[in-house]
Each structure stands twice: as C-alpha cells, then as structure tokens.
Design a binder for this molecule. Structure first.
Ligand code: PMP
Ligand code: GLN
Length: 383
C-alpha cells in the first residue's frame, strides 16, 4: 500500500489524550472543554419530544428553517445585524465542521492563512488538507493581545484568509472594539477572507460588551462567522453549530457542506429552535453564569501556588505553575493527572513553536463541587 499521510505531523489530539488519562487515573477532568453538569431540563425535554414526534429523518441540507430563523433573530438581537435565514445561515455538525468547510471553500493550493498562536487545534490540518499553508503569529502572556501593525507585515501576495477566535480558547482573551476595527481594516486593505470563530460569544465577563465580526461592515462582506450550540447550551456532544456568511460565500460553503455531512442531527435542530424561542434567558444569562464559576475557581485557588492569568471570556482559565515545578507543561500535566488527580491541558500544544512557558489551561465549566474538590488538590501543591 502506498498510503502517504496527508497529515504526517498529526497524532491524537491533546484533548483526547488528557481526557483518557483522566479516566484511567480517575482524575478530576478539567482538561477537555465540556461541562460536567446537565443541559437545561427544558432542552432535554424538547429533544425527547422531537424524537417521539418523528423528527427523525434528514434535515434540509442548509438546516431546519425554524432554527435558521432563530439564529437570524439572535444575530439581530446580539449584534444588530440582519441576516437572511435562507441565504446566509447554514447549520453544521458542530463548529468544527463549519470551520473545516469554510476553509475548504476559500483556500487553494499555495494560499497562506494567518492564524494566531496559541490556536485551536483544528485550523491548521483543515488548511493543509486544502493545500494551503498556515502562517503563525505568536501571541504572548499575560494578555495575548494582537499587534495589528505586525500582522500587516505578515501579509503576502499569497495571503488569502485570516482566522480569528474571540473570546479566545485557550487564553480567555477577548477582542476590543479596536481589535475588530483593526481586523476589518486589514481584511479590506488586503482583500482577505475571514473566518471568525465565535463559539464562546456569549461568555464575555465583567460587563464588557459582546462584540463580533457581525458588527463590522467590511467583515460582514468577507467573513464566515462560526458558532456552536454545544457551548451555549452545555451540549457539546450534540455537535451542532452554524455558519453565517453572505450569500455568495454561503453558496460555496453549502456546496462543500452537502458532501461532508449533507445535514446535521434533525431532532436537536428542532429542540434548539424551540428553546431559543421560549427561553432566551439561557443565552443572555450565560456570561453571568460562567463569570461566577470563573470567580469561584479563582477564589478557591487563591491560596495555591498557581498564578492565574487574566480571563475576560470563555470557560478556560490559564495558570502559571512556575512556582510549583520545573517540569515542562506536558510533563507537568501528566504528573498532575497521575499524582495529584486533576487533568489540565498544556498551553504549548496550541502553538506551532511549542514553547514551554509553564502555563496550563483549566476548564471551569464544572459543578461547584467539582471545582472545590479539584482546588483542594491543587492547593496542596508546592515545591
Ligand atoms: N472552536 C473553538 C475555539 C473551540 O474551542 C471549539 C470546541 N471546543 C470548537 C471550535 C469546536 O466546536 P464544536 O464542538 O461545536 O465542534
Ligand atoms: N474545544 C474543546 C477544548 O478546547 C475540545 C474539543 C475536542 O476535544 N476536539 O477543550
């Protein structure tokens, strides 16, 4: 057999590795990003009802219309942007599928794609499968802010696409109004496409405004804005997400989406459409809900030797452990899971240059009792 890998450098993702280690070691799993508490009861009831009502055959290729209409309403409510549910909204099997499809839609062999490290792990493989090349721009602790003039200098004749992620996994950095404007200028000036990964859009803390690519005219025209119901409704296993893009981009997006999955899990689409209609507070209350968890976790760790980095959004908290250990971050995470009973994610795996900065990521989307128990273990650590 002559099977040359198209992704020779890719192995098992760190999320799979660490969740598996947590399971083996019976460690408290603060690694992979998913809640350990149930989704809203009304949503679970809805799913049940939709299944029993027979909503079990293929959904339309673009997604159930009721859900696309709810997404259009949500986009207008949150960002004041009017989008057409027929021509600009597509339901996907998680944000992961939307990101993959959007990348395939625009990237051709030889194209360059700007990504910011630390970066979510699915961007680079998708770019490479399209024949493109990722150009990595490293962001640095503690704030991980973007130096936009430096980004302009990394644009070449081959640059086709920029991928941004705000609120940002894993750092918790959130774009300011100036960041969005700078991105819009960059995209317009160089004629780039943009993928805006906004899966944590409803988790912005401390009263900061919830900002989006949706609000910039120059970005609306050239962007695929991606989000995930897995994050918003605590159902990561449902793998339901969506992409909002102008009609010309959506047409190309759907050409690929229809051959990747054709359509996504039908009953969940009806269930989420219904809950968006009846319980908008589940979305509007999310920031407050997770801000409390962030603050609780930080308070619990205040007596520990970990130094917490700023977290303006998402459900991830970065922590510097240099006062505890000299191990590199991957080794430290292995020993944390094995010897201490808490699983976390090493930060270095999110960057191509894999520098060890003695920082790890905890997911605080957990029950208070889980956070408490994890913190008790973490507070015992010292040199
Ligand atoms: N983008 C980012 C930044 C993420 O953190 C995740 C998942 N945690 C995704 C995309 C993928 O979302 P989904 O689970 O809906 O595929
Ligand atoms: N997005 C999740 C995280 O950052 C993981 C998703 C996955 O396992 N692929 O933890």
């Amino acid at each position: 057999m002559d099977l040359r890998s198209k992704l020779p450098w890719v192995g098992t993702t760190i999320f799979t590795q660490m969740s598996q280690l947590a399971l083996e070691q019976q460690a408290i799993n603060l690694s992979q990003g998913f809640p350990d508490f149930p989704a809203p009861e009304a949503l679970l009831q809805q799913l049940n009802q939709q299944v029993l009502a027979g909503k079990n055959q293929y959904a339309p290729m673009a997604g159930v219309l009721e859900l696309r209409q709810q997404i259009a309403r949500l986009t207008e409510r949150c960002y004041g942007r009017m989008v057409n549910a027929d021509t600009e909204v597509t339901i996907t099997s998680g944000a992961t599928e939307a990101l993959f499809v959007a990348i395939q839609a625009v990237v051709r062999p030889g194209d360059e794609v700007l990504v910011f490290d630390p970066a979510y792990d699915s961007y680079q493989p998708a770019v490479e499968l399209a024949g493109g090349k990722t150009v990595h721009i490293q962001l640095t602790a503690p704030d991980y802010r973007i130096d936009w003039p430096a980004v302009h200098r990394r644009v070449s004749d081959q640059t086709k696409l920029i991928i941004v992620n705000s609120p940002h996994n894993p750092t918790g950095m959130v774009f300011s109004q100036q960041d969005w404007q700078a991105l819009a200028e960059l995209v317009q000036q160089h004629g780039l496409f943009c993928i805006s990964d906004e899966v944590y859009e409803h988790m912005v803390f401390d009263g900061a405004p919830q900002l989006s690519a949706h609000q910039q005219a120059a970005l609306q025209e050239r962007s695929f804005v991606v989000s995930s119901f897995g994050k918003t409704f605590h159902v990561t296993g449902w793998k339901l997400g969506y992409c909002v893009a102008p009609p010309a981009l959506t047409t190309e997006f759907r050409k690929i989406h229809q051959y990747v999955t054709f359509s996504s899990f039908t009953p969940a689409q009806y269930a989420i459409a219904s809950i968006l209609e009846t319980s908008p507070e589940l979305v509007t209350g999310l920031a407050g809900f997770y801000q409390q968890k962030r603050d609780r976790f930080a308070a619990l760790l205040s007596q520990s030797q970990f130094k917490l980095l700023p977290c303006a959004g998402t459900y991830f908290q970065l922590a510097d452990y240099s006062a505890i250990s000299d191990l590199d971050d991957l080794e430290f995470c292995r020993s944390l899971a094995t010897d201490v009973g808490v699983a976390a994610i090493p930060l270095s795996v999110f960057s191509r240059q894999e520098q060890d900065s003695k920082i790890i990521r905890f997911c605080f989307a957990k029950q208070d009792a889980t956070l408490q128990q994890a913190a008790e273990r973490l507070c015992r650590l010292s040199r």
